[in-house]
Design a protein around this ligand. Structure first.
Ligand code: SF4
Length: 299
């Protein structure tokens, strides 16, 4: 059994001196690294048999494909085997953080008495990392001193929580943090969409349908200028966005499973995550924002 080298940990509280420092911090901290994790998502999470995962798996029970070195034994064939949910999942770095920092003494195999707490801490850490992802992007893109100050304060506060003990981590009121974050994320979303025209370049019939939780499942949005469009929480499952421009389009919580992003320009899209990208389809012509990677299955 391979254990993670806890002595190699290098996590320090965030310091935001300038925009460059924030970008470096995002690239270093908010990036999953399965090689430094105890396979926490493959053990700790609950999966019900579904389109994205073919088995029922109870929380705390290791997936049968998890190897002794905590790597996935079917990584190259996940899609063919019906594990699309695994392709779409991304912990943003929460897994290695819990493995390396929260539990430096060892894995759930080495510490069976702590495994339940480890998995619960991972779930909370995943939520905190998601907030860190959105808050740090909002800080990079917001305008106005008051908003910058408030976002900085909340980002530092949430980052500080990630250093808590496991017992303290599982006691965090994540919903309260989400509510506080959402106020600022919404304001930044309105700012950014406004800069990019609030979707005004889209066809009139489509503009009427834009907005929070809009349903575009299977819709053809091919080759459109969707700059500044509001896709907050939108259903974009299997939508065709090939060749579209999504500069300043807000995608927080949008469901992009099997959406076609071939040749689309998402470089300036707002609140896009690696998990959303992983769950969509694209190609070498798809333009992604800095910090997001082209999934292997797109190549
Ligand atoms: S199939 Fe692979 S990635 Fe998915 S839960 Fe099992 S071990 Fe993890």
């Amino acid at each position: 059994m391979m254990e993670v080298n806890a002595a190699a940990l290098d996590y320090k509280p965030i310091k935001i001196n300038n925009a460059g420092a924030l970008k470096v911090w995002r690239a270093r901290v908010l990036k999953s690294n399965c090689a430094e994790c105890y396979g926490l998502c493959c053990v700790g999470l609950h999966f019900a048999a579904s389109e994205g995962f073919p088995l029922d798996k109870a929380p705390g029970k290791a997936c049968p494909h998890l190897q002794a070195d905590f790597r996935c034994g079917v990584h190259e064939t996940l899609s063919e085997r019906g594990y699309k949910g695994c392709i779409g999942f991304d912990c943003l770095g929460a897994g290695q953080r819990v493995s390396r920092v929260t539990f430096p003494e060892g894995s759930w195999k080495r510490l069976p008495g702590s495994s339940k707490l480890m998995f619960e801490a991972f779930v909370v850490m995943r939520h905190l990392y998601e907030l860190l992802w959105y808050l740090s992007e909002a800080l990079e893109r917001c305008q106005g001193k008051r908003l910058k100050r408030d976002l900085t304060a909340l980002l530092v506060e949430v980052d500080g929580l990630t250093f808590l003990t496991p017992e303290a981590l599982v006691g965090i009121d994540v919903n309260a943090l989400r509510l506080r974050s959402n106020v600022m994320l919404t304001e930044v979303g309105e700012q950014v969409r406004g800069v990019y025209g609030n979707g005004k370049a889209a066809p009139a019939a489509l503009r009427k349908r834009l907005g929070r939780y809009a349903d575009f499942a299977g819709a053809s949005l091919r080759g459109l200028d969707l700059s500044g469009a509001n896709f907050r929480g939108a259903v974009l499952i299997a939508a065709d966005l090939s060749g579209s421009v999504l500069a300043g389009a807000e995608l927080i919580g949008a469901d992009l499973r099997d959406a076609r992003l071939h040749g689309a320009d998402l470089r300036e899209a707002l609140y896009l995550t690696q998990a959303q990208v992983n769950s969509a389809k694209g190609d070498l012509e798809t333009k992604l924002p800095d910090g997001l990677e082209r999934p292997v299955h797109w190549r």
